[in-house]
Design a protein around this ligand. Structure first.
Ligand SMILES: Cc1cc2nc3c(=O)[nH]c(=O)nc-3n(C[C@H](O)[C@H](O)[C@H](O)COP(=O)(O)O)c2cc1C
Length: 225
């Protein structure tokens, strides 16, 4: 499965089968986590066979069941966009390896004995991973025109990027983001839009930028500095 196919196939899954993740898949996920941590100075940690985070009332309220593997999303204060970007790369890898996933900011219980949070770092949530009882369902997709600003016509690569971006997971499916193609025709600005609940806007921005890059192709544009 390519990353483009993984973007289309991925939906949040909250109910999982009682099936362990095989060793080869765990090794691939661990390598991806290590790579991401090295590239962006993050401190994500893969936690395997730990059912307690999703055993309590909050997880039940969030309709989670059977979750016993996750990535603890630990990073330095202010690195949320990077966390979103690199976390979503791992989500798409997981999807291509036959797993399902769900970003979870709130509806779980922290298990600090199972991962390390160093001084100056914060735990922003987890990504639940496992073999889903279902493949989930696609969230309602609004027209891409609602999420972009153009200064001329829309090139195909920009449209492909936008189509990938609107399929991305965002907290509470808020989708408070916007992509602008500058008049030079190859510089793209990605920004958040106002929201009353703003805790995950930067994480969401990193996630949608990850999707946009895969859809648009990194050879076709540069991010605005
Ligand atoms: C940063 C972030 C935090 C999230 N937190 C939760 C959560 O606490 N509980 C939950 O059930 N879903 C959570 N979600 C999943 C979103 O509700 C889901 O991505 C959104 O509704 C879009 O659906 P989709 O992922 O199936 O496309 C979160 C998603 C993101 C990106």
């Amino acid at each position: 499965m390519t990353l483009e196919e993984a973007i289309k196939a991925r939906h949040s899954v909250r109910q999982y089968k009682n099936q362990s993740i095989d060793k080869t898949t765990i090794a691939l996920l661990q390598a991806a986590v290590d790579d991401a941590n090295r590239s962006a100075s993050l401190h994500m940690q893969l936690v395997i066979d730990e059912p307690e985070a999703f055993a309590g009332g909050l997880a039940k309220y969030g309709k989670f069941s059977g979750v016993s593997n996750y990535i603890a999303l630990v990073c330095r204060h202010g690195d949320d966009e990077q966390l979103g970007y690199y976390g979503e790369r791992i989500v798409l890898l997981a999807q291509s390896l036959g797993l399902n996933s769900c970003w979870v900011g709130l509806t779980f219980k922290k298990q600090p004995s199972r991962y390390t949070i160093s001084s100056g770092e914060v735990m922003r949530g987890v990504i639940a991973l496992g073999y889903g009882a279902t493949q989930g369902v696609q969230h309602p997709v609004k027209p891409i025109s609602q999420f972009c600003k153009l200064n001329g016509s829309m090139p195909d690569w920009f449209r492909n990027g936008m189509e990938a971006a609107v399929l991305a997971p965002t907290a509470m499916n808020m989708q408070r983001f916007e992509f602008e193609l500058l008049p030079d025709g190859h510089t793209v600005v990605a920004r958040t839009r106002f929201a009353l609940i703003s805790n995950y806007l930067k994480t969401d921005l990193g996630i949608v930028k990850c999707h946009f890059e895969i859809g648009a192709g990194t050879d076709n544009f540069v991010w605005s500095k």
